[in-house]
Design a protein around this ligand. Structure first.
Ligand code: ADP
Ligand code: MG
Length: 710
């Protein structure tokens, strides 16, 4: 055969996509050129060699060097995915601490590989699996990988597991570390790559069998750091001022602002837009883009769009300002950032096992966070970082590192998972940083009160079913027992509503109308029942988007609640839990729902004292009812869904429950023999006495009171 004849078929073959057999598009080549300039590409061969020669590998490289998007693709090229034993293909997993990152990055990698998302490249996050039997590379949250281990203890579907963003040290990640060490011993063919932007390399190497460490040299330009002279009283105001200053005075380049959460970020966006409007076209256009985890995916994509062009041909340049939570610190890389504004705070989980309070608290970041944040300004050219705190405060007040989440979390959910995985001996589990014994004991106690563990600490049948649900144990318990209260349909809807972002919208220019709309859904006995009303109204109105808009409820939130509900219903079905409802016209309809709620949340109850304030039961902490509640009265007892720590402590999403129910439904927890002396105890004692008397005259009636609400 002449060489001329051969040339074409080889060419065609070379331009075929190995994964789906289709020819590559032009876009593939365009992106490929860009990918090849990323720092990790210069070490591709070395990485592949190290991967072949080692079971575990640690890789450290600056944010933006290409770890998350490129390394899993290098792995795909390097390993053989054929599984001889079962004819199936192995997969590669890459874990992410955040849902947003798992979704965003997998879309990007699907683009880079020229395949369709959900086919060869997929992602899996709680309540959403976007992968198929064709999937070879799956991005998933670390929590999801942990759940997979429940049904696949040796993670046999994977050939290589990449743990990304290891420096984040999420709760699930720390458990995975210990678990994977065991799995690696039992599966010599499995490989593990631990990646991070900045980790305590020696600590990790020591923990992971002295694995070799690869460093990807960064490509950072110098970043000039500015501190405020005086502490800022209102950092939000300072952010707005600084954004406007940069926009009017500094050379072109996009801005990245770090704030703490959705409300604050939306507020900042509004205020900046308003202020910049006053400048007219004396300054260039400013595109303000929010970024936080509950933002719908399409909106999240906006951070990658280029800055707007100038208003007129020779006018001042346009600029993009991304206002983000710490997602943009290391999880997502945004190109073109030259200015960083760091307010110095983030929302962090805190937990005190003594008063059982786990809460998100706006807290100062660590020096390591501050360093990462400023680094984002120097990716493409020299940049500037404005820290809205004093240099003295940076040096003296900030901790060097944020402590791992496992040291500041309620561990009930984690321990339930570990028990389910067959790890009974928690004291000897190989934690990288072992949690405090009090925290473990507290979690074991809580699970025992919930009936998930017996007195010896073994998983009960109930606990086994509870662990099937990707929910916190209290919610799982409420759901599992709801058929007994003849209201599992409603509790399913409620669980779904509580698992998605807040559905009520309250625009600053229409607060009154929004409040009136919310009041129309309001149930006088509580917010959980109000949420249920919203869900029912949404379904009743055929999930109509316009209806949502007119009623100030968030369509995306309700749509995802509907999706979550379906997923949970599937688990209910699998566990043989019946779906049922009390007749809506029955006096017991809401009573049953409230009792089912209490069966899960009896440890989150507050009592109204004579003085007019609430004390949490047993822990006796003073708490205030959040003003957004729908109650038209101050109930004597409430269950709450959330505890908010600020300068004063709030409980949020509350429902009225009856004292009698507490003793009926959770007698072991409301055992007055081990109850602190307080008003709540006196009241419960009185109730008990009354109960005894009633029982005396109406024998034959079962203990559970079915009195309808007044
Ligand atoms: P690392 O994990 O080391 O921080 P990544 O692999 O996340 O780095 O990102 C490498 C580069 O890929 C980024 O600098 C950016 O240019 C590009 N990139 C990543 N995600 C996207 C996206 N969704 N859209 C466009 N470019 C992206
Ligand atoms: Mg990354």
């Amino acid at each position: 055969i002449s060489s001329k004849k051969l040339a074409r078929p080889i060419n065609v073959l070379l331009s075929m996509n190995r994964w789906n057999g289709r020819p590559y598009t032009q876009r593939y080549y365009d992106i490929l050129d860009k990918r090849k300039t990323l720092p990790v590409w210069s070490q591709k061969d070395e990485f592949v060699k190290q991967l072949k020669n080692n079971q575990t590998l640690i890789l450290v490289g600056e944010t933006g060097s290409g770890k998350t998007t490129q390394i899993p693709q290098f792995v795909l090229e390097a390993v053989d995915l054929e599984n001889q034993s079962n004819q199936k293909k192995y997969m590669i997993a890459c874990t992410q601490p955040r849902r947003v990152a798992a979704m965003s990055v997998s879309h990007r990698v699907a683009d880079e590989m020229d395949v369709t998302i959900g086919e060869e490249v997929g992602y899996s996050i709680r309540f959403e699996d976007c992968s198929s039997s064709r999937t070879v590379l799956k991005y998933l949250t670390d929590g999801m990988l942990l759940r997979e281990a429940m049904t696949d203890p040796l993670l046999e579907r994977y050939k290589v597991i990449v743990l990304d963003e290891a420096h984040e040290r999420t709760l699930a990640m720390d458990v995975l570390f210990g678990l994977l060490k065991e799995v690696l011993k039992n599966r010599p063919d499995l490989k593990l790559v631990v990646m991070s932007a900045a980790l305590e390399a020696e600590k990790f190497q020591g923990y992971f069998f002295d694995a070799p460490l690869m460093k990807v040299p960064g490509r950072l330009h110098p970043v000039e750091i500015f501190y405020t002279k005086q502490p800022e009283e209102d950092y939000l105001q300072a952010v707005i001022r600084t954004v406007l200053q940069i926009h009017t005075c500094e050379t072109p380049g996009d801005i990245l602002v770090f704030l703490t959460g959705e409300e604050e970020i939306e507020d900042a966006c509004r205020k900046i837009n308003k202020e910049v409007g006053n400048f007219g076209d004396t300054v260039g256009p400013l595109e303000v883009v929010p970024l936080y985890s509950t933002l719908p995916p399409l909106m999240q994509q906006k951070i990658f769009e280029p800055a707007p062009p100038p208003f007129t041909e020779n006018g001042p340049a346009g600029r993009k300002v991304v206002i983000s939570t710490n997602i943009a610190e290391t999880s997502l890389t945004i190109d073109g950032i030259v200015y960083v504004i760091d307010a110095g705070f983030s929302k962090q989980k805190v937990y005190n096992p003594l008063d059982r309070v786990e809460s998100l608290l706006v807290s100062p970041i660590s020096k390591a966070n501050a360093h990462q944040r400023s680094g984002r300004a120097g990716r493409t050219q020299p940049g500037k970082c404005f820290r809205l705190y004093t240099e003295k405060s940076f040096n003296n007040d900030l901790q060097p590192q944020t402590s791992p989440e496992i040291l500041r979390s309620n561990l009930a959910h984690t321990i339930l998972t570990l028990k389910r995985l067959g790890i009974g001996d928690l004291v000897h589990f190989d934690f990288m940083d072992p949690p405090a014994p009090e925290t473990i004991v507290r979690a074991l106690e809580d699970l025992n009160y919930l009936g998930a563990l017996d007195d010896e600490g073994y998983l009960t049948e109930l606990g086994d079913i509870m662990s099937e649900f990707p929910l916190d144990p209290q919610m799982a318990k409420m759901l599992v027992v709801s058929p007994e209260f003849n209201c599992s349909n409603e509790i399913l809807s409620l669980s779904a509503m509580l698992s998605v972002p807040n559905c009520f919208i309250r625009p600053s220019d229409a607060q009154k109308a929004a409040d009136e709309a919310k009041a129309r859904f309001g149930h006088i006995d509580g917010d959980q029942l109000t949420l249920l009303n919203v869900y029912h109204a949404y379904k009743h109105n055929n999930e109509d988007q316009l209806w949502c808009y007119e009623n100030f409820v968030n369509h995306d939130a309700l749509k995802s609640a509907d999706n979550v509900r379906q997923q949970l219903a599937r688990i209910m079905y699998r566990c043989n839990l019946k779906l049922c409802s009390t007749n809506f016209n029955s006096r017991d309809y809401y009573v049953n729902i409230r009792k089912a709620m209490l069966s899960g949340y009896f440890m989150q109850v507050a009592h109204l004292e004579h003085t007019g304030h609430y004390l949490t039961v047993k822990e006796n902490q003073v708490v205030l009812l959040d003003s957004s509640n729908c109650l038209n009265h101050k109930p004597e007892w409430v269950i709450y869904n959330e505890y908010v720590l600020t300068t004063r402590n709030f409980i949020r999403i509350v429902t009225d429950v009856r004292g009698e129910w507490l003793v009926d439904i959770a007698p072991h927890y409301y055992d007055l023999h081990n109850f602190p002396e307080c008003e709540a105890k006196l009241t419960l004692e009185k109730l008990n006495k009354k109960r005894e008397r009633e029982k005396g005259c109406t024998t034959g009636i079962k203990g559970v009171s079915n009195k309808a609400t007044s």
